[in-house]
Design a protein around this ligand. Structure first.
Ligand code: HEM
Length: 130
């Protein structure tokens, strides 16, 4: 039998996002998915650039001009950062599949290491792009 309407309405509801804090392992997991989607979209952008650059010598110059703009460089840096995190987070996932870092404390520690390694790779990507 269904519960009275009054009781259902008094159930705890929390839509104040500022009071919800996610554990670092959850943030690492969500970001890994986001980075995977960005990487997927990036494959299309990078193949498009590659096809322009391989079309002819003029096309190559055109592609060089495109990647010389600040905005495009920023996008490329973002793509490389997302790819870095996806690979580092992916390796972390694969290690967890092998039975490592599965406890709450070790999982949180490996998430922090993944963020740290990604920050270094992101910095190197910035140096490479600019
Ligand atoms: C073109 C390259 C790639 C694309 C577009 C891509 C994209 C994705 C996407 C969209 C997901 C699904 C995420 C989810 O459902 O949570 C995923 C999962 C995954 N990716 Fe990639 N990925 C790429 C390369 C890699 C590489 C190089 C690794 C190596 C470490 C990797 C490791 C993983 C792992 C382990 C998962 C599963 C994570 C889980 O169990 O939640 N991926 N990838």
């Amino acid at each position: 039998m269904s519960k009275p309407v009054k009781e259902r309405k008094s159930r705890p509801v929390n839509l104040d996002l500022q009071t919800i804090s996610f554990p670092i392992t959850a943030i690492a997991s969500i970001l890994h998915r986001v980075a995977g989607v960005i990487t997927f979209v990036a494959v299309g952008i990078l193949l498009w650039l590659l096809s322009i650059s391989l079309s002819s010598p003029v096309g190559f110059m055109e592609a060089s001009d495109i990647v010389n703009g600040f905005f495009v460089k920023f996008i490329l840096w973002g793509i490389l950062t997302a790819l870095s995190y996806h690979i580092v987070g992916g390796i972390r996932h694969l290690l967890m599949d092998l039975g490592h870092f599965e406890e709450l404390d070790t999982g949180a520690m490996s998430a922090k290491v993944a963020f740290g390694v990604t920050a270094v790779l992101s910095l190197l990507a910035g140096v490479w792009v600019w």
